[in-house]
Design a binder for this molecule. Structure first.
Ligand SMILES: Nc1ncnc2c1ncn2[C@@H]1O[C@H](COP(=O)(O)OP(=O)(O)OP(=O)(O)O)[C@@H](O)[C@H]1O
Ligand SMILES: [Mg+2]
Length: 299
């Protein structure tokens, strides 16, 4: 595998102090590579967005390091930080909130081009806007002059992807990019992210509570619960052969028959479910390599 573009190295984030402290992330390590996607999967409150915000440098870790091309970003000089910010772009859950209702789609795409791509000038800017829209499979003639409210949720999310691509990022962090979209357009947006990853050699962090969607986008997966990554490795190995009881629990709730973990033993009584949650939430340092490219935390 190529060297990591971005890595979290044993990163911890604690909010608050003493008895009221929330351990949102405990000893989190993962890395993002060019042309590969990591799915960070877990239910609400497991710590996914906290990890994303640390990767974006919006939160500083309580302990541990964030590495950009092998170097700690905490120690970076301001020019490097500017490069880092350009290089790591975010796509948010709500495709509407991130667009300004007063401006056209063309305006939204011209701005990052003018700010971050000084080599593109004058009439070339509108050519680049058209290319960006074509890249995300939108018709430039139809979409460029429109305002955000004139587009569907799926189209708006494509515009957000185009805007992220405008600055030529190396990494895209997509935090639940389809959870607010109509079910019918979700797969299209996931496929688009997958294509962008391949065509533009992007590292992608795909955050989702829906483990079934991981295999549409990602090569690698990390399952998170109560601030810890409990199981990780290749998507195929983890989804086809889940080993941690919490991963099995997540998969047993998946309605998609293609990925259902169809072991009758996986159908658990409520008290068994509670027991798995309780045991999975205990901080645990010991890691077991189950097979090549497949790890779980002791439970
Ligand atoms: N700024 C903050 N201050 C205090 N606690 C926070 C803060 N941000 C997150 N938390 C807490 O940290 C834990 C993890 O939250 P986080 O938002 O990372 O979860 P998530 O996996 O993204 O959940 P969701 O699927 O609901 O988006 C939660 O208990 C949350 O309440
Ligand atoms: Mg979140």
């Amino acid at each position: 595998m190529t060297d990591a573009i971005l890595a979290l190295d044993t990163v911890t984030k604690t909010f608050g102090h003493g008895s009221g402290a929330v351990h949102a992330a405990r000893a989190i390590s993962f890395s993002l590579h060019a042309g590969r996607a990591l799915a960070l999967v877990g239910e609400s409150g497991s710590g996914k967005t906290t990890c994303a915000r640390m990767a974006m440098r919006e939160y500083l870790p309580t302990s541990g390091r964030i590495l950009y091309k092998g170097r700690p970003v905490e120690a970076a000089k301001s020019a490097e930080i500017a490069r880092y910010r350009r290089s790591v772009q975010m796509i948010f859950q709500d495709p509407f909130a991130s667009l300004n209702p007063a401006h056209t789609i063309a305006h939204h795409l011209r701005r990052p081009l003018k700010l971050h791509r000084p080599e593109i000038k004058g009439a070339e800017i509108d050519v680049a806007v058209r290319e960006l829209l074509q890249r995300v499979r939108l018709d430039p003639d139809l979409v460029a002059p429109k305002y955000p409210h004139e587009l569907s949720g799926g189209q708006r999310q494509r515009v957000n992807i185009a805007r992220a691509l405008a600055v030529k990022p190396e990494v895209i962090v997509a935090d639940e990019p389809t959870s607010m979209l109509d079910v019918s357009v979700r797969l299209g947006v996931l496929n688009l992210l997958n294509e962008m990853k391949q065509e533009m050699n992007l590292g992608l962090l795909y955050i989702t509570h829906d483990i079934a969607t991981a295999r549409y986008v990602a090569e690698d997966i990390a399952v998170m619960y109560a601030g810890q990554i409990v199981e990780w490795g290749s998507v195929a190995k983890v989804i086809d052969n889940p080993l941690h009881p919490y991963t099995r629990l997540l998969l047993s709730a998946v309605p998609d028959p293609e990925v259902r973990f169809d072991d009758p033993k996986a159908r658990l009584r409520p008290e068994e479910v509670e027991d798995i949650r309780r045991r999975s939430a205990v901080p645990q340092d010991e890691i077991i390599e189950m097979e090549q490219d497949h790890f779980m935390r002791m439970i």
